[in-house]
Structures are given as C-alpha cells and as structure tokens.
Design a protein around this ligand. Structure first.
Ligand SMILES: [Fe+2]
Ligand SMILES: [Fe+2]
Length: 218
C-alpha cells in the first residue's frame, strides 16, 4: 500500500471509488464502507490478502453447492457454473500475489458477516433459495464496493488486479439479483430491505477482528 493512513479521510478518494461503481450497486447497498474500515485494512495488508483468498474460495464453493441443489434451473446452472470458475480464478490470482509478496497462507477464523446474514434465511424452498440469492447479491455488491474503495491506497500491481475484480464482482451482483427475482412472480423488495438493513448493521458496528467483510474497529 502506497499512501499514508491520514489520506484515508480525504473525500476525493471516495469520489474516485464511486466513479468505478455502477449506480445500481451503490443504490442497492445500505451504506458506503466506513473510512475506519479502510484504515483498518491499511494497517493489515497481509490479513486483507489472506482473507480475500478465503472469500474467493467460499464464493466458488457457494456457487458449486447451488449447482448440486438446483439442477432443474438452466439459467442458475449456467450463471453459477461461470461464477464458480471466475471465483476460483480470482483465488489463484490472490494466492499467486501472496506468494510473490512473501505472505504466508494460514487459516483465519471466518468473520461474523456471512453467518450474520444467513441466520435470517427462511428454511424451505423457494423462500430459502430467494434469501440465499439475495445474500449472494449483497456479498458480491459489498466486495465490489470494497475493492473499489481500496484501490486509491494500493500499489499499482494490486490496484490493477482490484480494478478487474470490481468489474467481475459487479457482474456477479447483477446475476444473483436477477436469479433471486426470477424465482417468484411476487415482489421480493421486503426481503431485500431486511437483508440490506442487516448487512448495514454488520458493516457499521464494532467488530472483533479485521476481515475483508468485517465491521469497524472497537
Ligand atoms: Fe471473486
Ligand atoms: Fe464474485
């Protein structure tokens, strides 16, 4: 990372990040990433990369589990198959970056984030799947937003990589949302609102340890 932490408070960086992000994605999220999280990320560059690798692997694994469970949905199968391949490619790219930077890959505890969202999931289909797809859209949207906001503070190699991720995670957000809406004729806006509010609370409240999807420092 190249800029001093003091620079994190400067508004022009946020303007730069917003320029990279589609309006539909910014409207979907309940809040922007707090500057305190960006400072926390700046102070933990190794954990940022290790947990990022974990997130890519989990994203591929979630998509794979949908491939097993919903074999009667052609659009879901093609979108999730493509998504799983892309997430595994991202995983490989992060691990390669870690190796070239001498960052050792070790196990990290998961953040509270995904479980904090999944605990509100309804238990039987099609409601369960709708909720799972909304959560998928939120995780992709937040990841995309965080990559964009981190870019101004990264060295050129990492910034270039994260710019490519902003594009693909933004597309994954759209795909998950499309699949969620496709599951029912009824509006799903109340479920989206519930998960957006829950996600916002997880992002803005104090958290125990720095992770890619953590809240803010205590
Ligand atoms: Fe990814
Ligand atoms: Fe993704």
């Amino acid at each position: 990372m190249s800029n001093p932490p003091a620079a994190l408070q400067k508004a022009p960086h946020h303007l730069q990040a917003d320029d990279l992000l589609p309006e539909s994605l910014l409207d979907f999220l309940g809040c922007p990433t707090p500057p305190a999280w960006l400072e926390w990320a700046y102070a933990n560059p190794d954990i940022l990369l290790i947990d990022h690798a974990q997130c890519e692997k989990k994203a591929a694994s979630t998509a794979m589990s949908l491939l097993y469970r919903y074999v009667d949905q052609p659009l879901l199968l093609s979108k999730m198959s493509q998504l799983a391949r892309e997430e595994l490619l991202h995983f490989e790219q992060v691990v390669t970056l870690m190796e070239s930077r001498g960052v050792g890959y070790h196990h990290l505890t998961a953040s509270r984030y995904a479980e904090g969202l999944r605990q509100h999931m309804r238990s039987s289909d099609p409601e369960r799947l709708i909720d799972l797809l909304i959560i998928g859209a939120l995780i992709e949207a937040r990841s995309c937003e965080r990559f964009a906001r981190l870019i101004p503070y990264l060295d050129e190699e990492l910034a270039k990589f994260y710019r490519t991720l902003v594009k693909s995670e933004g597309r994954h957000f759209e795909d998950y949302l499309l699949l969620a809406r496709q599951q029912t004729q009824a509006p799903i806006d109340d479920r989206i609102a519930l998960f957006v509010a829950c996600e916002q609370a997880l992002i803005t409240s104090p958290d125990t340890a720095f992770r890619f999807h953590s809240g803010v420092p205590r």
